[in-house]
Design a protein around this ligand. Structure first.
Ligand SMILES: Cc1cc2nc3c(=O)[nH]c(=O)nc-3n(C[C@H](O)[C@H](O)[C@H](O)COP(=O)(O)OP(=O)(O)OC[C@H]3O[C@@H](n4cnc5c(N)ncnc54)[C@H](O)[C@@H]3O)c2cc1C
Length: 363
């Protein structure tokens, strides 16, 4: 991404941690190059729609609806990175959805605006929340939530906007596992975007000519089904920066809860602590005792095994990279050594990850 001039300089978040923004097109090109050069066979334009199980209870094949028709892809090990634990759900592996009342984090449709006058906009990300409060108090605008994140991209005439919040008629979060709810959410998201751009143009210096440069091709879903695994990462694990013997890497993000109309943050006590927790291999493994005989599945990313609050932290990109890399490495190691995913020697997995340059959070 750096070679493609797609990486911004890191920026400070709430005086606690650094984040690094990137350009989506550079990411797509860099990801294609990385995977193709490693011999990965990619299949786009394919939606997984079901599975076939073998007599032992394991997953034998994933059924895909593709542009060239319906196909079955057989495998010895499967990794569910659907974000929604689709494979786990179809395989009868237990999952959870939402908090104790079933409430999930709210989704957001992201967009970017172009033709911002960078000089006049200055550090508008600091003043926009107050401006929003003022125009809402005067009755000129209503916004779906507080806690707007409006930041410049590498080329400062483009800004990204994280401000929409999508809900169903009953006020609960749009459901990313329901096609109808997703469709309604997407339409509502675009309506909110049109309204927000009107606010930017009328009220924020430097944004007078701003327009929707692009709108994300899919709703940004924060939470749907989460795996019930051998270990569930909790809020306390994040806030207390805990270690695990079977660490596969770290999460450096706090609890970020998108609740009705707002965003709530909870941080570990930085700077009195190191500010990150380890992630255990066990959070990728379905709980064996209730997995209905499924022994060849790993679940990585935002649908891995975490409580509702733990997921509000480790659902973000950095932790998802960690889990995806570890799941792929574990699957390969298990196949090479003839071990089951459950009996895999976690030291061997850690050695492999260290050889690949992973940071496991140790000394
Ligand atoms: C609005 C928003 C803003 C965010 N901002 C940040 C941020 O600034 N920094 C940060 O680090 N994180 C951020 N996050 C969090 C982060 O982007 C996600 O949590 C992370 O991308 C989750 O990764 P994932 O791979 O687990 O799931 P996803 O990114 O959801 O990927 C799942 C993929 O699987 C595909 N898929 C799903 N089901 C099927 C199926 N049945 N068949 C075929 N394909 C399927 C989907 O199309 C998708 O491509 C944000 C999230 C949202 C929603």
């Amino acid at each position: 991404m750096r070679a493609l001039e797609g990486l911004s300089e890191p920026h400070m978040i709430m005086r606690k941690t650094l984040a690094q923004a990137y350009d989506m097109s550079a990411f797509k090109c860099a990801a294609d190059g990385l995977l193709v050069s490693d011999g990965v066979q990619l299949l786009f334009h394919a939606l997984a729609a079901g599975i076939v199980k073998s007599k032992s209870g394991n997953i034998d094949a994933v059924l895909l609806e593709t542009k060239s028709g319906r196909v079955a892809v057989r495998g010895r090990t499967f990794i569910d990175c659907s974000g929604d634990a689709d494979l786990a759900h179809w395989a009868g592996v237990p999952t959870e959805k939402g908090d104790e009342s079933g409430h999930m984090l709210y989704p957001t449709l992201m967009f970017r605006v172009g033709e911002v006058d960078a000089e006049r906009a200055g550090e508008a990300w600091k003043t926009i929340p107050k401006l929003m409060d003022e125009v809402e108090a005067s009755g000129e605008f209503t916004f779906p939530r507080r806690g707007a994140i409006v930041r410049p991209m590498k080329r400062a005439y483009e800004w990204r906007v994280n401000v929409t919040q999508l809900k169903k008629a009953d006020g609960s979060a749009t459901d990313g596992t329901d096609a109808r709810s997703l469709s309604e959410g997407e339409i509502e998201g675009r309506r909110q975007i049109v309204d927000y751009i009107r606010f930017l143009r009328e009220k924020v210096p430097g944004f007078e000519k701003a327009y929707a440069l692009d709108i994300a091709p899919q709703l940004g879903i924060r939470e749907t089904r989460r795996l019930v695994g051998e270990y569930m990462l909790t809020a306390e694990d994040v806030l207390q920066c805990v270690d695990f013997d079977d660490s596969i890497g770290v999460n450096g993000w706090p609890l970020e809860k998108h609740v009705a109309g707002d965003v709530q943050w909870m941080w570990p006590p930085i700077p009195d602590c190191r500010g990150y927790n380890q992630l255990p291999y066990r959070m990728l493994l379905p709980r064996r005792s209730s997995a209905n005989g499924v022994e060849n599945l790993l679940v990585a990313g935002r649908c891995a095994s975490m409580t509702h609050d733990g997921q509000s932290a480790a659902r973000v990109t950095g932790a998802c990279f960690v889990m995806g890399q570890a799941a792929g490495t574990a699957a390969a190691l298990a196949l090479q050594t003839g071990s089951s995913l459950y009996d895999l020697n976690s030291r061997h997995l850690q050695d492999r990850l260290l050889q690949q340059g992973a940071f496991l959070g140790g000394e």
